[in-house]
Design a protein around this ligand. Structure first.
Ligand code: 6R9
Length: 645
């Protein structure tokens, strides 16, 4: 293994390509210092990207920490900022949303089209009885009606709670019940790899378990393809639009601190948490990071390949790009259907400027081979981004060379559902990149890596990543559970409050953070603490390996699930090389008891490996709820492999 392949070591430094810097939105080399010196007023630069109905009187109120308030007394409307102001400034016919459906359909909504439909649906929601502050649940695949429903809710001041369409009816029911939500917008079904799936039946099941009445609106996505029930209480989305054709609804001015949406964290483990985001602070930071990190401009064709049901989709498919008046692409399909060049085909056909995806997708692209991106003209790309998991130097370099052609900076953005917006990343027009390290803290934020006693660890040592200053897009509370909010996230210190991210990380002399994984991914074997993510990244750095997940069995031994480049499955030489590499870099305690080769690891829709499931597979236990899985077919293969040993 060359140095360059050592996983997560943040080896070489790569300067942002000159051609990019020359046109970047933010090139001020003093920006980190300026934000630092002028904190918290520095955040007014973010808020100034928005139109406010009433200005704020104070940037930050910390009287009741850790219940912070941002842009106190300011009022604004998120839908107005995402839609109306672009129409009013003469950009009616500019494309707002470009949609690519599963069957190859495309639809384009100009800002004027978006204005019309958001208004009509807002009027329809009001007609159904939705009032300001009522939570509306949205359960839909990536179709334009989903962002339209989100914006219609925002227009009338009704917080939305989007539940990812891949989650089970049971999960939907729990979320509706907990949020006391009396309205549901859903869809008859969706396509997956060309097959129709019924979503309405799942929604109906969910409602059977909810104690209060729920009014549903159903979008017809499939036509006659799948029979589903529309009972008397349900309303058809398009019929409602017809009834309210041409209606307009004044955007409701919301206080900066009013809830814009509620998002239940998908949680690969544990109980879902209802994360509350507000209107002013959230929208300000999301707009600012879209401008400064994603470098978005109105003229851009921008594509974030996440699902809207994930926080990434909320912040960086819907609110960020639309606030800036950009064209945002929505893609309903899979990256390899009908062919493995689907993503590059979309980039080429739409001349995508900025592409934002997850390391798990990049590792799949790597596995499929560079011939797929190379068979397309990707020269329209200007900036690449990643989010969701650590991207090791190997995948980083591959993305940089084969997708970006060495000309596009990569922003490796660390953040969470709870942070609402990006928190750790390079600014592409300012900071050098270090493959394997996400970057420094975003200007206006501050972090620390602490040990279990709460004091800062030495440079290069791993510890708990914590955030030491409030930031505008921060989670305000957990729905109906302020005690749990404090207990889950906050520690009081001599200097105030520290937000605990639940991630392990280390920091280098330049302040660059390498995120190592979740805190709970630590195993003690024979008194030695082993960071499971370190074992994983070591295995992932071996030539021939695409991705690795390591879990502890009930016997407290490690099991490695490894996906390989094609043709290397069952390759004993590769198995030996993995064992030797782990032994050399970490020690024999960390060598897995078994290495199971597989074509694909089981993942959630947002690309996170489902370790809980792998543990059950390892221990031969029942699998529990697998509805969050993107690739359920991967599980059978693993169960078979672990059985016939
Ligand atoms: C946006 C999002 C949050 C967790 C986070 C961390 C992991 C996200 C990362 C990253 C390393 C990055 N994570 N971005 N790890 N490098 N660039 O993913 O939100 O679904 O709440 O997950 O994802 O572990 O704590 P969410």
């Amino acid at each position: 293994m060359s140095d360059r392949d050592t996983p997560l070591d943040g080896g070489d430094t790569v300067d942002p390509p000159r051609g990019f810097v020359d046109q970047a939105n933010v090139t001020n080399e003093r920006i980190h210092e300026e934000f630092d010196e002028g904190w918290p007023e520095c955040w007014e630069r973010a808020a100034d990207l928005l139109d406010w109905s009433e200005p704020w009187t104070k940037v930050l109120n910390d009287d009741d920490a850790p219940f912070y308030e941002w842009f106190v007394d300011g009022t604004l409307n998120a839908a107005y900022n995402c839609v109306d102001r672009h129409v009013e400034s003469g950009r009616k016919s500019h494309a707002a949303i470009k949609w690519e459906g599963k069957l190859g359909e495309t639809r384009t909504y100009t800002y004027q089209d978006l204005y019309r439909e958001v208004n009509e649906f807002a009027a329809a929601l009001r007609g159904l009885g939705v009032e300001e502050d009522d939570v509306v649940t949205l359960y839909m695949p990536v179709i334009p009606e989903l962002p339209i429903a989100m914006l219609a809710c925002a227009r009338i001041g009704a917080p939305h709670s989007v539940v990812f369409a891949g989650l089970s009816g049971k999960a939907l029911g729990t979320r509706i019940e907990r949020a006391d939500s009396e309205y549901l917008v859903t869809c008859d079904g969706y396509y997956r790899r060309g097959n129709a799936f019924n979503l309405k039946n799942k929604a109906d099941d969910a409602l059977l378990k909810v104690d209060h009445d729920v009014r549903s609106v159903v979008v017809d996505r499939l036509g006659e393809t799948l029979p589903h029930t529309i009972d008397d209480a349900d309303r058809d989305y398009h019929e409602l639009l017809d009834e309210h054709a041409g209606a307009t609804v004044d955007p409701v001015p919301r206080s900066a601190e009013d809830m814009l949406f509620l998002m239940y964290t998908s949680g690969t483990t544990g109980e879902p948490k209802g994360v509350e985001h507000t209107t002013g602070g959230y929208l300000s930071q999301v707009a600012w990071t879209s401008h400064a990190v994603l470098d978005l401009e109105p003229a851009d064709m921008y594509w974030c390949s996440a699902d809207i049901g994930w926080i990434t989709g909320h912040s960086y498919i819907v609110y960020g790009p639309l606030t800036l008046g950009t064209t945002t692409m929505l893609y309903e399909g899979s990256p390899d259907y009908p062919e493995r060049d689907r993503v590059w085909d979309i980039v080429e056909r739409n001349a995508v400027d900025v592409f934002y995806t997850a390391p798990t997708a990049i590792r799949s692209f790597m596995k499929w081979g560079e011939e797929y991106p190379e068979s397309h003209d990707l020269s329209s790309l200007r900036l690449l981004g990643t989010v969701g998991e650590p991207i090791g130097p190997r995948a980083w370099n591959w993305y940089y060379e084969h997708v970006g052609n060495g000309e596009c900076p990569i922003v490796d953005t660390w953040w969470q559902t709870e942070t609402g917006a990006m928190m750790v990343t390079t600014l592409p027009g300012v900071d050098p990149m270090k493959p394997g390290a996400a970057g420094p803290a975003l200007p206006g934020t501050d972090l620390d890596i602490v040990g279990s006693d709460g004091s800062s660890v030495a440079e290069g040592e791993s510890g708990y990543l914590s955030i030491t200053r409030p930031w505008p897009a921060m989670v305000r509370s957990l729905y109906d559970d302020e005690d749990r909010f404090i207990e889950e996230y906050w520690t009081e210190t001599d200097d105030g409050w520290r937000y605990e991210t639940g991630d392990r990380a280390r920091i280098d002399a330049d302040g660059y953070v390498s995120v190592l994984g979740r805190v709970d991914d630590v195993l003690t074997v024979g008194g030695v603490r082993i960071e499971i993510t370190r074992v994983e990244s070591t295995i992932a750095g071996v030539d021939g390996v695409v991705e690795a997940a390591v879990v502890a069995g009930a016997n407290n031994m490690l099991y490695a699930y490894v996906s390989t480049e094609s043709g290397r499955m069952g390759d004993d030489a590769l198995r030996d090389l993995i064992n030797e590499t782990v032994e050399r870099s970490i020690g024999t305690v960390a060598t897995p008891l078994r290495i199971v080769f597989t074509t694909e690891l089981p993942k959630t829709r947002s690309g996170k490996i489902m370790r809980r499931l792998l543990e059950s597979v390892t221990n031969g236990e029942p699998l529990g709820d697998t509805s969050a899985l993107r690739n359920p077919e991967s599980v059978g293969e693993l169960q078979a492999a672990i059985r016939d040993r």
